[in-house]
Design a protein around this ligand. Structure first.
Ligand SMILES: NC(=O)c1ccc[n+]([C@@H]2O[C@H](COP(=O)([O-])OP(=O)(O)OC[C@H]3O[C@@H](n4cnc5c(N)ncnc54)[C@H](OP(=O)(O)O)[C@@H]3O)[C@@H](O)[C@H]2O)c1
Length: 327
């Protein structure tokens, strides 16, 4: 099968299209023909360690690899069709259209094997493969932080900093779905875009620093890498408010430990595999099916233009998500 192999860390050019063996499913696995994937911050990290938060370099290397990537075939998301099932699988059948995510996944190859208990769900009928591929990374991250960690409630005020990106575009929609009053923070060029996703109020960070106003929020979602700071934003939180450091680093991790013992305002930090819950993806699928939320795809690139897609992802021009048509 065709797949992008990455033998060294570096700029997008390290992604090399090559022929490799088609995987075989184990007893508990599904063989999936991958139709679409994506390029998100996790993919850029797998390839080039581009979005590593301050102080997390060693931990990132431990997870991603020291000298070369631990995962040869990268791609953190897949959308495709089940073509074979292991003899102990029960929940999916050949022909099911499925999408999902997972660590060290291999979504940049024409076929992958996934355990059926992983973060896999049936693609809602109203989505094509590219739209489906744009969902799991951002929506699962946003749902995990907003609901599992902060348990957001109706009428709470939620501010999303980094609102126009892969995670932020789903955070706006999910916070609104849960009945929150949403303030989105983005650059001038994205003001109308984030409004169109349902933000009640937009702050253009080129013109205004929200932390200098008197306004307070119940939840601040910070998705801007190397620019997270509980110290800077805690005065903008209501008592008992949450600071969700989605792109947080070592300082945020230490703040989380400290605020779990003292102070009424809490820092929540975490992610990775905990974002990748099957039940959460099923919930997201139901919201998509009912068009309570919509997929956010900026551009679709053909498989052959993977390098250009990675360049675009890192250009700062991306709105929401990029999809890759694999076949
Ligand atoms: N903890 C976890 O499990 C987890 C999961 C997923 C992602 N992450 C991390 O979260 C980070 C963001 O991911 P992403 O996929 O959403 O990235 P992304 O798609 O690149 O989006 C980042 C957004 O930040 C905005 N931005 C830049 N400077 C800003 C500022 N000063 N104020 C407000 N917005 C600003 C940019 O929009 P403008 O053009 O409007 O500036 C951009 O849309 C990455 O570092 C990623 O590693 C963590």
């Amino acid at each position: 099968m065709k797949a992008y192999i990455t033998k060294q860390f570096g700029s997008p050019e390290v992604l090399t299209l090559t022929e490799t063996d088609k995987p075989k499913p184990k007893a508990n696995e599904l063989l999936i023909k991958v139709m679409a994937s994506t390029v998100n911050a996790a993919d850029c990290n797998l390839r080039g360690q581009t979005y590593i938060p301050s102080g997390m370099g060693f931990l990132a290397k431990l997870i991603l690899g020291f000298k070369k990537p631990k995962t040869a075939v990268q791609g953190s998301v897949f959308a495709g069709e089940v073509v074979e099932t292991g003899n102990k699988t029960k929940e999916f059948k050949v022909g099911d259209k499925v999408y999902g995510t997972g660590s060290h996944l291999g979504g940049y190859g024409e076929y992958i094997c996934r355990p059926e208990t992983g973060a896999i769900s049936i693609i809602p009928e109203n989505l094509n493969f590219e739209e489906a591929a744009s969902v799991p990374y951002g929506a699962l991250t946003a749902l995990y932080f907003l609901k599992d960690l902060a348990n957001i409630q109706k009428n709470q005020k939620v501010l999303i900093k980094g609102a126009a990106g892969g995670v932020g575009t789903y955070a706006i929609q999910l916070a609104k779905y849960f009945g929150a009053e949403v303030t989105a923070v983005c650059s001038s060029k994205n003001v109308d875009f984030v409004k169109s996703l349902g933000a009640h109020k937009v702050i253009d960070y080129n013109k205004e620093d929200f932390s200098e106003s008197e306004e307070k929020w119940d939840v601040i979602v910070d998705i801007v890498v190397k620019k997270t700071s509980f110290k800077k934003y805690k005065n903008s939180l209501n008592p008992n408010g949450y600071y969700l450091a989605i792109a947080g680093g070592i300082t945020d991790m230490l703040q989380m430990l400290k605020t779990s013992f003292i102070g009424s305002k809490k820092v929540k930090f975490g992610g990775g595999e905990s974002c990748e819950k099957r039940s959460n993806l099923d919930f997201i699928s139901s919201l998509l099916q009912e068009t309570k939320i919509i997929p956010v795809v900026d551009k679709v690139f053909p498989f052959e233009e993977m390098v250009e897609a990675h360049r675009y992802a890192e250009s700062g021009s991306k709105k929401g998500n990029i999809a890759i048509t694999i076949q």
